[in-house]
Design a protein. Structure first.
Lengths: 330, 325, 311
């Protein structure tokens, strides 16, 4: 079974150098941020891969690379067996675009405040000529709104008349308009209250079951990830450090960073578990550590860790990028 | 045994916002106490009024918002009706504040040393050198490495987590008795959050300060607080010891809230969801504010607003609670 | 599983009168007075042929014996000529209205032209970024370093040199272009700033993911959201354009003398100031000030009304 999405050695580097004049006058070097530094994974049809990590780890950049908002610096994305960057012409690219859509984090900025909901949700339908005539458009938008738990009459309103959770549902309705197979969700519930989050997550799971959707779910909230995902990938400073099935990752986290993340989550059950003290902060991406990016904060780092970058490899049923794990030291 | 005088007592607090469409009641009869050295969590979703409660106590309500009724007592003395100068003296000296965004809590134009020393000398009668020594000690306590050198740096030279530590140091600088912390860790990464809440808890215990921790994150409440008040639509829905409110909630809203939080240790196919959303300030229902979304509402809930009632170890504002006992 | 829906959306007009902008207008005496004055001026100038008591440019109705009459309330005045007459016997009040017509017409036309050029270039600059953005911004910087009157004079002079027998419409065209060239930079910069902000918002990214072409995104998504500050600017610029036109006409290089604007009238009247016939120059001046002031005040109010932080 060919996985629906396959990503190989994906990388994106941003040039954050000072303007040319400043560089010449102040003799500053060019500066680059390797927001995504060689990431590889695959997602099977109908499944959910979650990407977790803290700010600056590159998970949002991966999301945008997948849907084409950024062009990769190197590496490839294959969708249903077809490479997305070598789509032979604009027409093919558009066909590909229809099959994958994105849901964004901020429910207030992801809908144009001056457009009616009818136009917002209907835009993909118009853009790809999927319906003919205003009445057909209205009917189809009404269906889409109902499928996310809103009323068809809501299409005549403006975004500011809705709450955050409702707006996020409108975003989902818009993303579903072209009947995509793959949805990239960039922190879709992070800006929502807990009870509203529950509503939106339930809808997303229902839709996945009904329509066989495949999700890439970006989040920093491990509890939410546990609820929605099948597989989890942990990112740190632009690299994948561990990829495992959900059950494996949560019951037996291998990578020291994964363990640190799981330990750091406030324990609502107050089970009184002991914790390893957490060290340090995420380093400056302009100046990443040599070798393994996590080594300055890692209690198990040795000389090899500070000089040689570990690559993601199969080990004990999961994929892991850690010398200490592979060498059997932990 | 006589009850000790609570450090902070809020009685029937009402905060309203006059708008051109009428007056909106943002806080409707809120009452709670904080004992000296205690950590009280104030939890609620957006629009529940938790930040407003903190702002009212510190005296930083943004006009046209104003306190429309009730009393706030600090160590038995009223502070809500004080003139500006006296309130300013109390703020900082007796009450310290920590806000959500470390970026805007610190003045970017002054070194952190300048800001710390200024705060210390405003409230305590010490010399410049003594204040500087205190400031360095505080920074060391909050875990900032090389405090003697870093005290002369500017806020932008610190990372987010470090800045929040400086903000905590600033809040503790004048040795206040109460710290009001409004979402102190929401803008920080998960791993830093854990460090900061542990720090806050430890430092406040060391300095003998009580904390009112306002947040929407139940996990943070579980880790840090002794007691918790759950707010809904400007009213207190439930209040009690943290363990009881989280594990044996009595109010249907608290029950729904606990059920909708995805758990780290168990699998559930669907999260419990409360249909609908918190009512807007101009559309608060009669009777119990939660009744339109409540699965166990009865006729009385629709007409009469419930007071906080005894529900074992907690108190909940719900008519169904006495029946269950 | 549908959630309680918000009440049905009212029509656009109902929404406007219910909105914050109208409320702010109703509660601001300055805005109301300014609006009334501006409305009266505009009304008189637009409908001058019907409202004015005389037609000062119809040679048949002018009588030299009526020349230099003072305003009606001064001794020697004639109630037929409320604000007096000039040295040719033309009624000042009527001349004011016709003059305001020219002034307003030129002012509005140049603002519209500035808007089109400025907003267009600003959008392009903000959206395209890179060297296009840098180039356009440098052009703006260069334009701003020239005093606007000099630019207008220069263009006007060049225009006259190219078309020495310019008949009136061409002269107007050159004048309008000259004035609009001094004003477009403001719009370009403001719109560029707003575009840079909006461009990174998620609704624009969502449109890109859907596959909408960049030009369409620029016009249909970004443009409606950046027009707010432009509206305020345009209102204030109308006053500036009218004043620029008045200055040019005063200097003699503005509108052709057969269609005198307020500036021309001020110039003509200037010669009579010291012989005691003050009304010939003062009243056009007062009218000019009234128009500019009321439009400026309206612009100020609009800026505050549209400022979301002050709402």
């Amino acid at each position: 079974m060919v996985p629906l999405v396959e990503v190989q050695d994906l990388a994106k580097t941003f040039d954050v150098s000072a303007p040319w004049l400043n560089r010449v006058v102040e003799r500053k070097p060019r500066q680059f941020v390797h927001a995504v530094d060689g990431v590889s994974f695959s997602i099977a049809r109908g499944k959910t891969l979650a990407l977790v990590g803290e700010s600056g780890c590159g998970k949002s950049t991966v999301a945008r690379l997948l849907v084409g908002l950024y062009a990769p610096t190197r590496g490839s994305v294959r969708f249903d067996g077809q490479a997305t960057d070598s789509a032979r012409n604009a027409g093919e690219l558009r066909q590909l675009r229809k099959r994958m859509q994105m849901i964004f984090q901020d429910p207030y900025a992801s809908l144009n405040p001056r457009w009616k909901v009818l136009d917002i949700v209907g835009e993909p339908l118009r853009e790809h000529d999927l319906v003919g005539g205003v009445d057909a458009l209205r009917a189809r938008v009404g269906e889409l709104l109902q499928s996310v738990g809103l009323a068809a009459s809501d299409s005549e309103k403006f975004p500011h008349q809705f709450s955050g959770g409702q707006r996020q549902r409108i975003s989902i309705a818009r993303a579903l308009a072209t009947q995509p197979e793959f949805l990239v969700c960039d922190e879709p519930t992070s800006a929502l209250d807990v009870s509203v989050q529950a509503q939106v997550l339930n809808i997303m799971k229902d839709l996945q079951r009904e329509r066989g959707l495949t999700y890439l779910f970006i989040s920093h909230n491990l509890a939410v990830v546990r609820h929605v995902s099948d597989q989890v990938g942990v990112m740190y400073l632009g690299r994948l450090v561990e990829v495992a099935d959900k059950a494996d990752l949560f019951s037996n986290p291998r990578h020291p960073y994964t363990r640190m993340l799981l330990d750091a989550i406030p324990d609502i059950k107050m089970s009184g578990r002991s914790r390893t003290p957490v060290q340090g902060e995420v380093p400056n991406p302009l100046n990443p550590p040599t070798g393994c990016a996590f080594h300055p904060r890692c209690p198990h780092a040795n000389a090899r860790c500070s000089s040689e970058r570990p690559s993601l490899m199969e080990f004990g049923g999961v994929q892991i990028a850690c010398h200490a794990v592979v060498e059997g030291r932990i | 045994m006589t009850m000790p005088v609570p450090l902070l007592e809020v009685r029937h607090l009402r905060v309203e916002f006059p708008t051109r469409r009428g007056t909106l009641l943002a806080l409707d009869d809120i009452s709670f106490t904080i004992a000296p050295g205690e950590v009280l969590g104030v939890v609620g979703e957006s629009g529940a009024g938790k930040s407003l409660t903190g702002a009212a106590i510190i005296g930083l309500l943004e006009p046209p918002g104003r306190i429309a009724g009730g009393e706030i007592l600090l160590e038995g003395r009223r502070i809500d009706n004080l003139p500006y100068e006296q309130l300013r003296a109390i703020r900082g000296r007796q009450i310290g504040a920590i806000f959500q965004d470390p970026l805007t809590s610190l003045n970017p134009l002054y070194t952190i040393g300048r800001q710390l020393i200024e705060t210390i000398r405003t409230h305590l009668p010490v010399s410049e050198d003594e204040a500087r020594a205190r400031a360095i000690r505080l920074l060391q306590e909050t875990g900032i490495p090389a405090a003697e050198a870093r005290i002369d740096q500017y806020p932008h030279q610190f990372s987010g987590g470090m800045r929040q530590r400086v903000v905590i140091a600033l809040a503790l600088a004048a040795e206040p008795k109460l710290i009001v912390a409004d979402e102190p860790t929401t803008a920080l990464d998960v791993s830093i959050q854990a460090q900061i809440i542990a720090l806050l808890k430890r430092l406040c215990k060391d300095h003998g300060a009580a904390v009112m921790l306002v947040t929407h994150d139940m996990g943070v409440i579980a880790e840090t607080c002794d007691r918790v008040a759950v707010l809904y639509a400007g009213r207190v829905a439930e209040i009690g010891p943290v363990h009881d409110v989280i594990h044996r909630p009595s109010h249907p809203y608290t029950q729904g809230l606990m059920g909708s939080i995805p758990a780290m240790d168990e699998e559930r196919e669907r999260l419990l969801q409360i249909d609908g959303s918190m009512p807007r300030l101009n559309a608060i229902p009669d009777g119990c504010a939660f009744h339109p979304r409540c699965s166990v509402a009865v006729a009385r809930c629709r007409s009469e607003r419930p007071d906080l009632m005894d529900a074992g170890t907690t108190r909940a504002a719900c008519w169904r609670v006495p029946e269950r006992k | 599983m549908s959630s309680p829906s918000t009440p049905a959306a009212p029509g656009a007009l109902a929404r406007f009168f219910d909105g914050d902008v109208w409320f702010s207008f109703k509660s601001s005496p300055t805005a109301i007075v300014a609006a009334v004055i501006a409305f009266v001026c505009v009304f008189c100038s637009v409908f001058a042929p019907w409202v004015a008591p005389h037609n000062p440019f119809d040679l048949a109705t002018i009588d030299l014996s009526d020349a230099r009459l003072p305003p009606a309330w001064v001794e020697g005045g004639n109630s037929k000529f409320l604000l007096g007459t000039d040295d040719q016997g033309r009624d000042i009040l009527s001349a004011l209205m016709y003059g305001a017509r020219i002034s307003l017409g030129v002012g509005l036309a140049s603002v519209v032209l500035s808007l089109i050029v400025g907003v267009g270039l600003g959008l392009l600059s903000g959206f395209a970024g890179g060297s296009v953005d840098a180039f356009i911004m440098r052009v703006c910087d260069v334009m701003l370093s020239f005093p606007s009157i000099l630019v207008a004079l220069l263009i006007d002079g060049v225009g006259r040199a190219i078309f020495p027998n310019a008949h009136d419409t061409l002269a107007f065209g050159v004048l309008i272009i000259a004035i609009s060239l001094t004003g477009w930079v403001q719009y370009a910069r403001t719109v560029r700033g707003s575009t840079l902000v909006e461009r990174n918002k998620e609704y624009v990214q969502a449109a890109r993911v859907i596959g909408v072409a960049p030009l369409r995104i620029m016009v249909r998504h970004v443009l409606p959201n950046v027009l707010g500050p432009v509206l305020v600017l345009a209102t204030i610029q109308v006053a500036a354009a009218i004043l620029t036109e008045a200055t040019l006409s005063f200097l003699g290089v503005g509108v052709p003398p057969t269609s005198p604007s307020l500036g021309t009238l001020i110039r003509i009247g200037n010669d009579f100031l010291f012989s005691g016939e003050w009304w010939i120059t003062i009243f056009p001046g007062v009218m000019l000030v009234l128009i500019a002031l009321s439009v400026n005040l309206l612009g100020d109010w609009l800026r505050d009304a549209l400022n979301p932080r002050l709402r």
